[in-house]
Design a protein around this ligand. Structure first.
Ligand SMILES: [Cu+2]
Length: 347
């Protein structure tokens, strides 16, 4: 049992195990339905800070089985996608595997298909479904389905024939989405008058930067029939953004720890151009207490010892004067998690 080893092992071994548990795939793809939360985003949101807490087994058993099956499904809550399906979602995703995108990413998300009593968000029959796009890919289209009346997500595997289209949007570049703390987000109105009880929303997001399609299962409980659509959007847990002083030229970078759990952490780094436009940037993070960067999104990392240099991705190197972009990272710690020294250089 990984968990037993984690609890018992000395710190050195702990760090090594954590590195194995953390995602190692390059992060090219990022987003999820954050309201009503997709299954893995919800499990991450509720439990990331205490993902080994034994009470999860009784309080939130479907998340417990998901964390036990593969914690990377939660750390990579934004990476449930397939590539090059040419829009043939149904042909490539068998019934019963819709919530894992047809065993996407080598099966990382298979536990999302497990049938059972997943935590369900209480929603009214009219609300805005929110998709967060951390990498500002935009959409070729987004389709939102609801399960048919009579379908019971707690006892039945999800099939394509259980789904009814409730709304869709067409080509919508990221510039037309709303700015988010990280990347952009979009609200899609849904209305399912008369529905009661448990159901699921199934969202297909066809990203615009390449043929990359995402699949999200969001469990809901229609408890607000007759109420105005006041379902408050759930924002990912992030610290308030801080604005660094504008440098005369070049760039500045600000580091914000957004999540911290036993053995690991997540951080955002905001890069701001100075008084003149820049065409590329490189942020150097030097960690004082042995932390290791395991994954970066919206940037390309090179790690040497305790220093990680993150260069811009292809799509976020050009910044007008004073403009900002943000990259994110996951790292491992073996105890103290002091902030790194951060410098920014243009390239
Ligand atoms: Cu992406």
């Amino acid at each position: 049992m990984r968990i037993a080893r984690l609890l018992a092992a000395p710190l050195i071994a702990l760090a090594a195990v954590i590195v194995v548990l953390l995602p190692t795939t390059p992060a090219s793809a990022h987003g999820s339905v954050v309201n009503p939360a997709s299954r893995n985003y919800g499990c991450w949101e509720r439990w990331a800070s205490r993902f080994q807490a034994p009470e999860m087994a009784t309080e939130d058993p479907m998340c417990w089985q998901a964390w036990q099956a593969n914690p990377n499904a939660m750390w990579n809550w934004n990476g449930l996608y397939r590539e090059n399906l040419a829009g043939n979602h149904q042909a490539n995703i068998p019934d019963g595997q819709l919530c894992s995108g047809g065993h996407a990413e080598g099966g990382r998300y298979n536990a999302m298909d497990t049938v059972g009593n997943w935590h369900a968000a209480t929603v009214s029959t009219q609300f805005n479904l929110r998709l967060q796009d951390q990498a500002s890919h935009g959409a070729d289209y987004i389709r939102v389905y609801v399960t048919r009346a009579g379908y019971d997500p707690t006892t039945q595997p999800l099939r394509w024939s259980d789904l009814q289209l409730v709304n869709q949007i067409g080509y919508t570049p990221a510039a037309q989405w709303q700015p988010a703390t990280q990347g952009v987000q979009i609200d899609i109105p849904v209305s399912v008058p008369g529905r009661t009880g448990r159901a699921m929303f199934y969202t297909i997001w066809q990203a615009s930067h390449m043929d990359q399609s995402y699949y999200f299962c969001s469990d809901v409980n229609f408890g607000g029939t007759g109420n105005p659509p006041t379902n408050p959007p759930t924002m990912p847990p992030t610290s308030p953004p801080t604005t660094p002083p504008t440098a005369p030229g070049g760039c500045t970078a600000t580091y914000t720890l957004v999540g911290n759990w036993t053995g690991g952490f997540q951080a955002d780094v905001k890069v701001t151009a100075g008084a003149t436009p820049i065409t590329g940037w490189a942020v150097t993070l030097t960690y004082p207490t042995g932390q290791q960067v395991a994954q970066v999104w919206n940037g390309t990392p090179t790690t040497t010892g305790s220093t990680t240099v993150v260069r811009n991705a292809t799509y976020n190197g050009n910044l007008p004067a004073g403009a900002t972009t943000t990259f994110g990272l996951l790292g491992s710690t073996s105890g103290t998690n002091s902030a790194p020294t951060v410098t920014c250089a243009t390239s």
